[in-house]
Design a protein around this ligand. Structure first.
Ligand SMILES: [Zn+2]
Length: 424
């Protein structure tokens, strides 16, 4: 074990330059830039120790000749057959946005931190898992079982051209993979067991157009929408705050059902910026609202949808000429594995050895690719564990601490040893 930990310490500079190299390939999604470039880079890096497959998720959302969806899977067979541990990282990052004091794609190393878009979410985790696997392989070249590292796309936009596509093709089937670690930035002393569910929907209220000087001749879709919003404000949101969960979601305020109103649009379109024209007097005949409902493992998706239909029906009974429709946009079921699942147990022991404490078991308020591994791949034994602070994800001046990456690489390497070669 000492040799393994020392092998990781000796790779500190390598870990830094690997992370910087990954940051300097801007894999911004949308639209999905440089996906092939980062695969080629990873193929060169992993090629000496792994068998490489480059996988094009043809025809998945966003896939085009200009922005092809390329994933990489690296697999190494050990000396004897056994279990397979798979590290899955998404290679895409969100746009840089404004407010940076460092170049978002420069990978500057300042005061023990590497700055850049994706340092924490999640190229730092990808780099840590590569260092962990390489140090383990070089220390125990005759290890049992198999190791896989995948770099997959589009996690930030649902994962359909990445993990979902691979799961549909059997890459996470029980015959191939037994343990999955997703190095998302949940922090080096936390094991993330799963995430809440999501339902996005568009609610439309319908009215009847009329002259704005005689609104009584029409039906105002926006007043209808106001009534719906009143119900949401005064009844639904208080009710949701009473739906608490046993899932250990962090931050704690997310340990319940929540609803966000993403947008409301109604009536005439907003005038173009700089337009000097005046609006015309019309009663709006349509208003649309997009809701983002996050639900807990104790709720079913049917229940969540029925709650909105019931609310709309209540409004319909209290208002004349109220018509509505609901359109599903996106749905994800909650996913959670057990704290004593094999992969979580191995990480728990390793965290104890490296950090001298017990981990905190958490769940994520938002979703990540675990949903596809669980729901499509039917592989429950999957957690997120990786360096970085979730609060920095998608923010300006995102960074990852080099020491945190090293510590979590040690944890991953020890867990790898435990899961493949047996307890030390
Ligand atoms: Zn992420």
């Amino acid at each position: 074990m000492e040799r393994l930990l020392a092998a990781i310490d000796a790779r500190r500079d390598d870990l830094i330059s690997l992370t910087q190299d990954l940051i300097r390939i801007p894999t911004v999604n949308p639209p999905g830039e440089n996906y092939r470039d980062i695969c080629d880079y990873l193929a060169r890096r992993l090629g000496p120790r792994f068998e490489i497959s480059l996988l094009h998720a043809e025809g998945t959302p966003g896939d085009s000749p200009r922005y092809p969806r390329w994933n990489i899977l690296a697999r190494r067979e050990g000396a004897r057959p056994g279990q397979c541990v798979h590290f899955n990282s998404h290679t895409d990052v969100v746009e840089a946005g404004r407010g940076w004091t460092h170049d978002p794609f420069g990978g500057a190393l300042v005061g023990g931190r590497i700055y850049g878009r994706g340092t924490c979410d999640m190229k730092g985790g990808l780099a840590a898992s590569i260092i962990a696997a390489e140090a383990f392989i070089d220390t125990f070249p005759d290890h049992d079982g198999a190791i896989e590292i995948s770099g997959t796309v589009d996690e930030e936009s649902g994962g359909y051209g990445g993990v979902a596509w691979m799961a549909e093709r059997g890459y996470f089937s029980p015959g191939r993979v037994q343990h999955v670690i997703i190095p998302e930035p949940l922090h080096k002393d936390r094991v993330c067991l799963g995430h809440r569910g999501v339902w996005w929907a568009e609610i439309e209220t319908k009215g009847r157009i009329a002259h704005g000087s005689m609104p009584f001749l029409g039906t105002c879709a926006l007043r209808h929408m106001g009534a719906v919003m009143g119900e949401i404000e005064h009844r639904l949101i208080p009710a949701l705050s009473n739906k608490t969960t046993a899932m250990p979601v962090v931050p704690e305020a997310a340990r319940q059902s929540t609803l966000n109103i993403n947008s409301v649009h109604g009536g005439q379109p907003e005038p173009e910026p700089g337009s000097t024209g005046l609006p015309s007097p019309c009663v709006p005949d349509s208003a649309r609202m997009i809701i983002d409902r996050r639900f807990i493992i104790e709720e079913s998706l049917d229940e969540v949808k029925a709650e909105i239909t019931d609310l709309l029906e209540r409004v319909a009974h209290s208002r004349e000429d109220f018509r509505y429709s609901v359109r599903d946009l996106f749905e994800v079921l909650p996913s959670m594995t057990e704290a004593d699942s094999p992969v979580s147990t191995a990480l728990t022991k390793a965290i104890g050895t490296v950090l001298g404490r017990a981990p905190e078991y958490v769940a994520s308020p938002g979703t990540y690719d675990q949903k596809h591994i669980d729901r499509i791949g039917r592989l429950k034994n999957c957690v997120a564990y990786g360096p970085g602070l979730l609060e920095l994800a998608h923010q300006p001046d995102e960074y990852v601490e080099v020491d945190d990456m090293l510590d979590s690489a040690k944890v991953m390497a020890l867990a790898l040893h435990d899961l493949l070669n047996g307890p030390a």
